[in-house]
Ligand binder design. Structure first.
Ligand SMILES: C[S@@+](CC[C@H](N)C(=O)[O-])C[C@H]1O[C@@H](n2cnc3c(N)ncnc32)[C@H](O)[C@@H]1O
Length: 233
């Protein structure tokens, strides 16, 4: 899990404990912790019962573009700790037993179970990942979402290339599993190469755009690419 989504995991610790361990913490960790403690989306996620502040990014994207409607079949790549999966399961109604809605999620890290979400620990870079996810789906998908982010190295260009490489892999997978009309949404970082991904997506989807949800920190290069209206294989 990258640091941005781990807000809920700080929940149980007392302030005293934080102060006590502060001497051993690096400057970047201290700055991150301060930012978490002062972040309104972290506080809101705790109040609303979401596992991550990232949940608000998907909520905003979905409120605007109406992607997660009841009965949809969704893949969530890089799902832990589970904010996006919580929203997807609620909106496609995958837990109610009557709807055709389904959410299949994977991550490098373990994730606490979520009703209506079928989860497996998996490295999406593994050659076998696409086939394993297809087996979990047992059919096509209406949406593929990727919030995958490799741990930041601090080297801007390296971090950028790693995230875009994951987004490109996710886009290739989306083209294999999406039903016509399906959507693809993925995290990218501003910095040049994401335009290649954009151009490739434009060939296969009716509409492609970049989004910067309010919960995406303004000082980060993070962006989301949303492709809708898959033209079919
Ligand atoms: C920003 S977090 C996702 C937050 C999530 N959308 C939520 O709402 O809780 C990014 C996740 O991507 C996962 N990840 C990074 N590289 C991955 C890979 N190669 N395969 C699977 N998951 C990966 C990380 O383990 C991390 O949990």
């Amino acid at each position: 899990m990258t640091k941005s989504g781990a807000g809920g995991r700080e929940g149980g610790r007392s302030l005293k404990e934080r102060v006590k361990t502060a001497r051993r913490r690096s400057l970047s960790s201290t700055l991150w912790l301060e930012r978490q403690l002062n972040d309104p989306f972290v506080a809101q996620a705790k109040r609303d019962g979401y596992r991550s502040r990232a949940a608000y990014k998907l909520l905003e994207i979905d409120d605007r573009h109406k992607l997660l409607t009841p009965g949809k079949r969704i893949v969530d790549l890089g799902a832990a700790p589970g904010g996006w999966s919580q929203i997807a399961a609620t909106r496609v109604k995958s837990a109610d037993g009557k709807s055709k809605g389904k959410v299949v999620a994977i991550d490098l890290l373990e994730m606490e179970p979520i009703a209506g979400v079928e989860f497996t620990v998996m490295d999406f870079n593994d050659e076998s990942a696409p086939e394993l996810i297809k087996a979990m789906l047992g059919g096509g998908a209406d949406g593929v979402m990727s919030d995958m982010a490799a741990n930041a190295t601090g080297h801007k260009q390296t971090d950028h290339l790693k995230i875009v490489a994951l987004a490109e892999l996710a886009a290739d997978f989306a083209k294999e599993v999406l039903a016509p009309g399906g959507f693809f949404v993925a995290k990218v970082l501003q910095g040049g190469t994401e335009h290649q991904l954009l151009a490739a997506l434009k060939r296969d989807f009716a509409q492609v755009r970049h989004l910067k949800p309010a919960a995406s920190r303004p000082d980060s290069a993070e962006l989301y690419v949303l492709a809708t209206g898959f033209r079919g294989g």
